[in-house]
Design a protein around this ligand. Structure first.
Ligand SMILES: Cc1cc2nc3c(=O)[nH]c(=O)nc-3n(C[C@H](O)[C@H](O)[C@H](O)COP(=O)(O)O)c2cc1C
Length: 184
């Protein structure tokens, strides 16, 4: 299958997730095209891909504005094929159900704004890169981590992404995508 993976990243974790999905799917025999929304990469014609995965991180309660503009601008083309959304956030790692529900609301708001509605959604936990943040970000993320019972040792980075769960999600979506094509 030809799969388009469009994404945005601010701190690099979503790019790591995208590269992981790309390797997994290429090893499974699929052909992958990447589009970086922040660099302004183009989207191929719908005839040139069979399914699309969009991946983006939550930053201060929303997905990055360039990603939202990119998806809105290409919504018609993207909607022509089955789509999956990988939402990356710290809340996805939280044991508090309301935190995860909050992210689900952010995803719904994103779809309403852009006109792009995925058939499958995965909430992937991201990373805390304390050692790479400036003072303000380190302070802000430490406060978020405190609220969610996460790690507050700012001398280390912390990765929460569940790679096994991500692989299972991606493989299920790709397996089922041909069956939903034409029903969207
Ligand atoms: C400035 C900043 C704001 C963030 N805001 C949120 C937030 O509102 N909710 C949340 O769950 N995670 C939040 N996060 C955590 C990110 O979603 C997480 O670090 C993710 O791995 C970032 O992905 P990226 O490296 O691709 O940018 C924030 C992270 C940063 C650095």
């Amino acid at each position: 299958m030809r799969i388009l993976i469009a994404y945005a990243t601010i701190e690099g974790q979503t790019r790591k997730i995208v590269q992981h999905m790309r390797s997994l799917l290429e090893d499974d025999g699929h052909s992958i095209q990447l589009a970086d929304a922040i660099s302004g990469d183009d989207v191929p014609k719908a005839d040139d891909f069979d399914a699309v995965i969009i991946a983006a991180p939550v930053h201060v309660g929303a997905f990055p504005a360039p990603l939202r503009r990119f998806v809105k601008a290409h919504a018609e083309t993207l909607m022509a094929r089955p789509g999956a959304f990988v939402s990356v956030s710290l809340s996805a790692a939280s044991s508090d159900k309301s935190e995860v529900e909050e992210i689900a609301d952010i995803v719904e708001k994103f779809s309403k704004e852009t006109g792009w509605w995925p058939v499958s959604i995965h909430h992937a936990a991201g990373a805390l890169k304390y050692t790479e943040y400036d003072f303000f970000r380190r302070w802000m993320l430490k406060r978020i981590a405190e609220k969610e019972g996460g790690p507050v040792d700012t001398s280390l980075d912390h990765e929460f992404t569940d790679w096994v769960a991500l692989d299972a999600f991606v493989r299920t979506f790709v397996k089922e995508a041909p069956g939903v094509a034409g029903k969207i």
